[in-house]
Design a binder for this molecule. Structure first.
Ligand code: SF4
Length: 405
């Protein structure tokens, strides 16, 4: 069992783990060597955890309901709130996960702000335990100054704000005309509440697709102007019906939320993919003189061919072996895209009786046997699933100033 109070684990190591390849503003050989050594240490411990099937982090779906109507995600189509866990049940889940060694807790939705009864007290509970980290992913729609201040005071480490463009281009992707105005207010509220403190870090999280390929780069200067800390770029994920039919395991069909809507693909064509690559190349140059960090490893890892086909090189799945994914009703599931592959429920059992049980082992076996066609298109694995060899190869490629083309 991991020691959650291990004081030798510093925040730097966590940042290396969650954001392994920041684009350094001033690149010096020393920085690469020192970052490289930290990275090798991280890869070593990651391999050990992989083989031990040890929980490292968690993904808590506080609710599947959402206030956006994104063209890139279908979670908002899930409207049933029956049976969602209570605050006490989530606290118990935190205890179980921490007992098993998990240290990073992501509060996710849907729109997690649809559970205002949970957000601030659950954050405070997680942060009351030594060595645990907590982050929130939000569209900001229901944010208030009171909640923003409460999150900061509770000790939230990172707030990831979805920002797919500026003003109308953001609202267009989000399917909500007022979305961007709440983003601006939230940034102001969090900055005011954190004052001179560093935390929570504010991340502008930008999903790139054919809907915003020509304007996503406007987020970086805007986020800098607003005083945010990071602009994180991610490429859009996409699945479709035929792929899901080819991914049924033991009669369980995957239930991902990155599914084509009205048959329309959001993947870039080859011309758009090249434009995206060119824009990121320019953004990297710009970011070196800016007061914000650009994180583009996710898109750097993809070639333009992969961007147009949606194919990802997931040779292993570190996610299912290390991330505890809990749905709103307390089901621990195989991964976020196999919500109906249920390992067990935290209402009925301790995580130690669920994790690595027969159902979990069976899921990992299906992955190893390549029974799940879906995994070949799993965008969440692009940064999380590379093997040690792939990671070192990509690190050297980036250190030499090159990127996938
Ligand atoms: S690679 Fe497959 S098993 Fe792993 S998270 Fe993605 S869809 Fe789930």
């Amino acid at each position: 069992m991991a020691d959650v109070n291990n004081s030798s684990m510093k925040r730097d190591e966590w940042e290396e783990e969650r954001m392994p390849q920041p684009v350094y503003k001033k690149r010096t050989p020393f920085m690469y060597i020192s970052a490289g050594l930290r990275f090798l240490k991280f890869l070593w411990s990651r391999e050990i955890r992989y083989y031990q099937v040890r929980p490292v982090d968690t993904l808590f779906f506080l609710t599947y309901r959402c206030t956006s109507k994104c063209k890139t995600c279908t979670l908002w189509q899930r409207t049933d709130k029956s049976g969602e866990l209570t605050l006490d049940e989530w606290k118990k889940t935190v205890d179980m996960c921490a007992d098993m060694g998990a240290r990073y807790f992501e509060l996710f939705g849907g729109d997690a702000l649809l559970r205002p009864d949970l957000l601030v007290p659950l954050t405070a509970y997680i942060k009351s335990k030594p060595g645990l980290y907590c982050d929130l992913v939000t569209n900001c729609t229901l944010m208030t100054e009171e909640i923003a201040t409460g999150l900061v005071e509770a000790g939230m480490d990172d707030i990831w704000i979805s920002m797919d463009g500026i003003d109308e281009s953001h609202n267009f992707v989000r399917g909500n005309k007022k979305s961007f105005s709440k983003v601006e207010l939230t940034i102001d509220w969090v900055k005011k509440a954190r004052g001179k403190n560093r935390l929570p870090y504010l991340h502008a999280n930008t999903t790139i697709s054919n809907l915003n390929y020509d304007n996503f780069d406007k987020v970086l200067p805007y986020a800098e102007k607003m005083g945010m800390d990071f602009n994180h770029l991610e490429y859009a994920g996409e699945f479709w019906d035929e792929l899901l039919d080819q991914s049924i395991i033991d009669d369980v069909r995957p239930s991902p939320y990155f599914v084509r809507q009205d048959g329309q693909s959001i993947l870039a064509n080859s011309q758009q993919a090249q434009i995206i690559k060119d824009k990121i190349s320019q953004m990297k140059k710009d970011a070196r003189t800016m007061n914000i960090s650009l994180q583009c490893e996710n898109v750097d890892k993809l070639s333009t061919d992969q961007m147009t086909s949606g194919l990802c090189d997931n040779r292993r799945c570190y996610i299912t072996r290390g991330k505890v994914t809990v749905d709103p009703r307390g089901n621990v599931v195989g991964c976020c895209f196999y919500g109906d592959w249920i390992l067990g429920n935290v209402r009925d059992n301790h995580l130690r009786d669920i994790w690595n049980n027969k159902k979990h082992k069976q899921f990992m076996k299906h992955f190893a046997n390549r029974d799940m066609k879906l995994c070949e298109h799993c965008i969440v694995g692009v940064q999380r699933n590379p093997t040690a060899y792939q990671n070192i190869r990509d690190y050297v490629t980036r250190a030499l100033g090159k990127a996938q083309t």
